[in-house]
Design a protein around this ligand. Structure first.
Ligand SMILES: NC(=O)c1ccc[n+]([C@@H]2O[C@H](COP(=O)([O-])OP(=O)(O)OC[C@H]3O[C@@H](n4cnc5c(N)ncnc54)[C@H](O)[C@@H]3O)[C@@H](O)[C@H]2O)c1
Length: 346
């Protein structure tokens, strides 16, 4: 059985990744596309063979045949559009961040629950084959007790006139809210550990817009491990490796190039002997990395298929608003960290 989809916002991510991914999904049928810019909607209608293109959300939501909507509009539009879709009894897959603030995201989640519609969030990086494999390795104890994790996700993002993403009132935040949040989500997802305490700093060093061009946050996880995420809008794309690292009492995992919009990258897993005593010489032996084999797919196809299965009642919602809000609160704590030395999340 196929879920009939309506897409709200036909810009960057929808046209570049999610709609192509939807075309490959085995349980999805695109019915209608909507964008405030009618030309963008018409272009996607032609390109992805939708039946309808609209520039008003009401027209799209009036179609009874649509069961689920994918909201990929700028963040400042999310609340109004999610409320309208929920009132129209459509299940909703919404892009991150769910709302301009965690509080707004909570309002959206509560409204969807009251209307009895499902709400899923587009943290598609969870579906990357390597991230799924890393999660299995960590959860099976391959690297022992997790003691540390680090992730960096950056891009080069100079000032652009009228960019909603560079205006805090329209986006909710900058490098950390837009990119760092993926790292926070992955660390929570892969370790299965909640963040209990944070300390963060954000600011503008190179670009003068109202969102931060760089930020970082340290997080204490519930088992005591300390994790670190940093995100920048001021490092050239080719100069950043976007690494994701996990360290435990029995080994480590280094992923490079997996924090991206297409599946790829490399992963190195090193397992060490934790029964040896202290070596004052700190002589380090070469370890042969584990052989990790995965089959790459399309993260957006998996995102659409798995949310579709949740709509059909065949599985739980893959990434819930509760999950997304927890990560957004960590970002907000990093913003608050600019004013206070430490900040308790939980
Ligand atoms: N998960 C990911 O891989 C990923 C990547 C990029 C962006 N995103 C998220 O997707 C969302 C959109 O980001 P983007 O980069 O595609 O933005 P974008 O600016 O490239 O595209 C947004 C589109 O929405 C349209 N739009 C503006 N106002 C609208 C309205 N009121 N109703 C309908 N459409 C409207 C614009 O015309 C534009 O076509 C954001 O939440 C962003 O954080 C997710």
């Amino acid at each position: 059985m196929k879920i009939k989809w309506g897409v709200i916002g036909c810009g960057g991510i929808a046209d570049r990744r999610t709609l192509p991914g939807m075309m490959l999904a085995n349980n999805a049928e695109l019915v209608a596309v909507m964008d405030a810019n009618k030309e963008a909607a018409e272009r996607c209608k032609e390109k992805y063979q939708a039946k309808y293109a609209f520039d008003s959300i009401e027209e799209l939501l009036a179609l009874d045949e649509i069961q689920a909507v994918y909201i990929a509009s700028p963040v400042f539009c999310h609340k109004e559009q999610a409320f309208a879709a929920a009132k129209a009894k459509k299940d909703i897959l919404i892009e991150k961040p769910v709302g301009l603030t965690a509080a707004e995201a909570e309002e959206i989640a509560a409204f969807c629950e009251a209307q009895g519609v499902k709400l899923g969030v587009g943290f598609m990086m969870r579906f990357h084959a390597y991230h799924q494999e890393i999660k299995k390795l960590v959860q099976s104890g391959q690297i022992g007790e997790v003691v540390s994790a680090r992730a960096q996700f950056t891009c080069w993002y100079p000032k652009i006139e009228n960019s909603w993403r560079q205006d805090k009132t329209l986006s909710g935040g900058g490098a950390m809210m837009d990119m760092g949040v993926h790292c926070i989500d992955l660390i929570r997802y892969i370790t299965g550990l909640e963040v209990v305490e944070t300390a963060g700093m954000c600011g503008n060093q190179i670009f003068e817009y109202s969102v931060e061009d760089a930020g970082s946050v340290m997080m204490r996880l519930e088992n005591g491990a300390i994790a670190y995420v940093d995100s920048n809008f001021n490092i050239p794309d080719d100069a950043a490796k976007c690494k994701l690292e996990f360290y435990g009492t029995k080994g480590s995992i280094f992923a490079q190039g997996t924090l991206a919009q297409a599946e790829g990258g490399t992963v190195e897993v090193l397992c060490a002997d934790d029964s040896v005593g202290y070596d004052a010489n700190q002589n380090r032996k070469e370890i042969q990395p584990l052989d990790i084999q995965v089959e790459f797919g399309n993260m957006y196809t998996k995102e659409i298929e798995q949310f579709g299965e949740a709509v059909l009642g065949n599985r739980d919602i893959p990434i819930t608003a509760v999950d997304a809000i927890a990560s957004q609160k960590v970002v907000e704590s990093a913003y608050a960290g600019n004013q206070s030395k430490t900040y308790q999340v939980l």
